[in-house]
Write a protein that binds this ligand. Structure first.
Ligand code: IPM
Ligand code: MG
Length: 370
């Protein structure tokens, strides 16, 4: 079996706690399924800032570029609130995304049947929910120039960010959405603000023309939705969606909203992928959609499932271990069926478990399926 190298960047807050559980899962697969996944660990975010005065060293960035996949926990926290903007923990994440050219961010919001009543929405609204948000990740207002804060007259200041997209940036992420929709329910909703922003109008036009130009997408139904309406439709009738493709900022917000349809932000994994380089290699990073949750960090109560599901996505998309990914997803499902719950998804009559106990229970289920 070919050796795979993955880089683990646990980061801040609950990052190290949930990463510990992911490591146990990797060890399990290496031992029981004879996978040869070699992992190393480095600092990122605030943890790196404390040690190196930068949230991401060049050395760690190069290591990330060289890995078959990067697994990231979370970055940020109040401890670094007063740090220079350019050195904030979040800059590490954004630099990794940009330099590794991870333009396609896949955020699947799947409601496990066992968690239907853990959501704040009515069970019938979310039961059977399976949507995929494809978020553009290296463009838009997150990276547009000019940007900054500058002094103006009368002692006032002006803050500037630029929302900008090129045709190429829009088309390549739309292509990812269409290609994935072909393997799913063949429905793509593109969310934009074409009624207000020129960049939004370009978004809509490019998505439409890519669709029109490719006969192979004919079996897909494409619709365009204003992003604010999309936010509303997500809580009104989320099952109308299959694949949602949208820009960096709307994708950030719509995916947090979609996460709550699954019961908890602690359940949503993500994959960020680059284009193939000239050697046919794709760079990738996998991370839970939730943040570092400083309020619960160090308490051992965080939900490790989004992190573990992110590793399952790595197995599928980067390491070519589809069966193993499915086995891992099944183990999670069975643990939930047994009634085990971390605090964020706890309900009356269920058994409350810690981060470690959740990880151990998933491993125990894997053991029954060896
Ligand atoms: C996310 C996060 C990040 C983002 C933050 C931590 C920079 O919210 O991955 O959704 O805004 O992209
Ligand atoms: Mg976010």
């Amino acid at each position: 079996m070919t050796k795979k190298n993955i880089l683990l960047l646990a980061g801040d807050g609950i990052g190290p706690e949930i990463m510990l559980e992911a490591k146990k899962i990797i060890d399990w697969f290496n031992k029981n399924k004879k996978l040869d996944i070699d992992y190393s660990e480095e600092l990122v975010g605030g943890a790196s800032y404390d040690e190196n005065e930068t949230p991401l060293t060049d050395q760690v960035l190069y290591k990330a570029m060289d890995s078959d996949a990067v697994l990231l926990g979370a970055v940020g926290g109040p401890k670094w609130d007063t740090v220079d903007f350019a050195k904030k923990p979040e800059r590490a994440l954004l630099r990794l995304r940009k330099e590794m050219r991870l333009f396609a961010n896949l955020r699947p919001a799947i409601c496990f049947e066992e968690l239907v009543s853990a959501s704040s929405l009515k069970p019938e609204v979310i039961s059977g929910l399976d949507i995929l948000i494809v978020r553009e990740l290296t463009g838009g207002i997150y990276f547009g120039e000019p940007r900054g804060i500058e002094p103006i007259e009368n002692g006032e200041r002006r803050g500037v960010n630029t929302h900008v997209y090129t045709s190429k940036e829009i088309r390549r992420v739309a292509k990812v959405a269409f290609d994935l929709a072909l393997k799913r329910n063949k429905k793509v909703t593109s969310a934009d603000k074409s009624n207000v922003m020129e960049a939004g109008l370009l978004w809509k036009e490019e998505v439409q023309s890519l669709y029109d130009e490719h006969a192979m997408y004919k079996s897909i139904s494409l619709n365009h939705m204003l992003a604010d309406n999309c936010a509303m439709q997500l809580v009104r009738n989320p099952k109308q969606f299959d694949v949602i493709v949208t820009d960096n900022l709307f994708g950030d917000m719509l995916s947090d909203e979609a996460a709550m349809l699954t019961g908890s932000l602690g359940m949503l994994p993500s994959a960020s992928l680059s284009e193939k380089d000239k050697h046919g290699r794709t760079r990738s990073m996998y991370e839970p959609c939730h943040g570092s949750a400083p309020d619960i960090a160090g308490k051992g109560i965080a939900n490790p499932i989004a992190m573990i599901l992110s590793f399952a996505m790595a197995l599928k998309y980067s390491l070519n271990f589809d069966q193993e990914a499915e086995l891992l997803e099944l183990a999670i499902k069975l643990v939930l069926k047994d009634g085990l719950r971390t605090a964020d998804i706890m309900e009356k009559g269920k058994q409350k478990v810690s981060t470690t106990q959740m990880g151990d229970a998933i491993i125990a289920k894997l053991d029954t399926k060896k």
